[in-house]
Write a protein that binds this ligand. Sequence first.
Ligand code: HEC
Ligand code: HEC
Ligand code: HEC
Ligand code: HEC
Ligand code: HEC
Ligand code: HEC
Ligand code: HEC
Ligand code: HEC
Length: 296
Amino acid sequence: MKPIFFVLWVMFLFLTGLTWAKSVGPSACGECHAQEFQEWTSSLHAEAFRSAVFQKSWKEHGSKPDCLQCHTTGWKEGTASFAHSGVTCESCHGSMADNHPAAKMPIPVSSDMCRRCHASTHTEWKLSAHGQKNIRCFDCHNVHGTGLRLGGGENLCGSCHTEKQQGFAHATHHKNGLRCNTCHFPQSAEGPDAIMGTGAPGHNLAVGPHICARCHEETVHKSSRMSDLRARVSETQKHMAVAGVENVFDLNEKAKDLQWRLDRARSSAWLTGVLGLLAGLGAGWLGAWLAFRRRS
Ligand code: HEC
Ligand code: HEC
Ligand code: HEC
Ligand code: HEC
Ligand code: HEC
Ligand code: HEC
Ligand code: HEC
Ligand code: HEC
């Protein structure tokens, strides 16, 4: 190694050491930010180093120091030493500012901050319609606690996508109790040992046929039912095109309207029939009476 690199390396270690020497740890922030601290304590970020799942996997990977860069705070590169276990307040907000709260702490409102550790999820998201419109990670996720805003599911998705539960495929499944996430953010099949931040499912929003196969396996394999389903879908879509509607609810309304007209038409046809019958009977009686009178 050239001496200049060695000097730069030592300076780098010294500077990162200095930076993290100021790091105070999450419970110190918690003294004044009780609510954020409370929520954070129950999150997987707090458990990212301590958890049995990580510890087991880390051992299996020969306790590689590199793993710690995303599972701890204030990791010193190339070593197994770090300032705090887990992803603490300072991982996201930077280390404690001198004179805070007089001096402000940064609020990381860009999703770029999450990218440092959630690299592959961030890439998927960036390419998706959500990334393009900058619907940010924390628009959906509770960053301090765990879980999703608005309780997740239909409430969350529905807060922006009101029209979506009405398309044919969407409405049918919605009626059968499927949630948006069942198809759009499907739990990954790999299980919990997805390391290096590759475990979050579905942020590219694409729904591939393998997702349908999770429930419609028998139809995928015994293709007669699949083609039956396809036929029913295209049949319905044809009806929709003919009726000039875009969703099944409108189609239902149209069908109800037609049914009503048909019923009305039928009942007036019935009335004409009865009147015709009565008139026929009347004419018959009149004819018989005239014939009877002529004979007598
Ligand atoms: C995973 C990253 C992350 C961690 C860990 C984190 N925060 Fe935050 N924090 C954010 C983001 C993003 C925002 C802005 C969005 C929001 O308010 O939900 C924020 C907002 C805040 C705010 C401003 C709230 C407001 O409404 O003005 C405070 C105060 C705060 N965090 C304190 C903390 C404390 C204390 C901890 C540790 C117990 C902590 N944060 C841990 C990412 C994080
Ligand atoms: C001595 C009490 C105290 C401590 C310790 C403290 N804060 Fe604060 N913090 C405050 C006060 C007061 C505010 C401003 C009022 C508010 O918005 O709640 C604030 C505001 C913030 C904000 C909003 C942006 C700003 O600066 O106004 C963030 C983010 C934040 N603190 C993060 C942290 C983090 C992370 C830690 C630990 C490293 C920490 N705070 C430690 C008292 C404290
Ligand atoms: C310093 C690295 C790091 C940063 C920065 C970070 N995360 Fe994480 N995050 C992790 C690790 C590691 C885990 C897995 C912890 C575990 O499962 O033990 C995780 C887990 C999660 C989970 C699942 C945990 C749960 O409780 O549901 C969500 C959601 C998440 N992160 C979102 C975010 C968002 C959003 C941001 C940006 C605001 C962010 N993270 C920033 C490292 C990070
Ligand atoms: C449109 C809303 C939305 C946005 C934006 C979003 N996510 Fe998610 N995320 C979800 C949903 C829904 C799930 C699935 C949760 C479930 O199945 O319980 C999820 C799951 C995850 C998980 C796995 C959590 C677990 O418990 O398994 C991580 C980690 C995560 N997201 C990180 C991110 C990051 C990082 C970003 C930004 C780059 C982001 N998300 C943007 C909605 C969103
Ligand atoms: C904060 C608002 C917001 C929330 C919450 C939200 N979305 Fe979106 N979503 C958008 C926007 C904006 C677009 C882009 C639409 C456009 O360009 O017309 C979009 C696009 C989409 C697309 C279309 C993708 C494509 O490639 O065309 C899907 C699928 C989607 N969202 C699913 C979901 C699901 C599932 C949820 C719930 C987990 C959700 N969204 C929550 C705002 C949101
Ligand atoms: C049965 C699986 C399934 C369920 C459940 C589901 N979707 Fe979809 N969604 C799809 C498929 C398939 C597409 C077509 C786009 C594609 O190929 O990725 C789609 C497309 C979309 C689009 C883009 C629409 C467009 O016209 O471009 C949005 C937005 C969307 N879904 C939102 C939702 C919301 C919100 C929910 C919950 C109310 C939901 N989806 C539930 C499978 C589903
Ligand atoms: C670039 C950052 C990064 C590195 C490096 C990294 N991880 Fe992770 N790891 C994450 C994130 C982010 C998550 C959680 C979200 C997800 O799965 O996408 C996670 C999740 C995990 C989980 C699942 C935890 C649970 O509770 O389900 C294990 C186990 C794990 N990592 C082990 C490792 C091991 C072992 C290494 C080293 C070989 C490593 N990680 C390196 C970012 C990282
Ligand atoms: C979580 C399970 C699940 C997933 C995933 C799923 N479906 Fe379904 N699907 C159902 C249920 C339940 C029904 C209603 C029962 C029935 O009609 O057999 C249904 C019905 C259907 C129907 C018949 C609609 C009707 O009214 O006749 C079609 C077509 C269909 N699904 C296609 C798909 C496609 C395409 C996908 C993938 C984008 C998919 N499904 C994903 C569970 C699922």
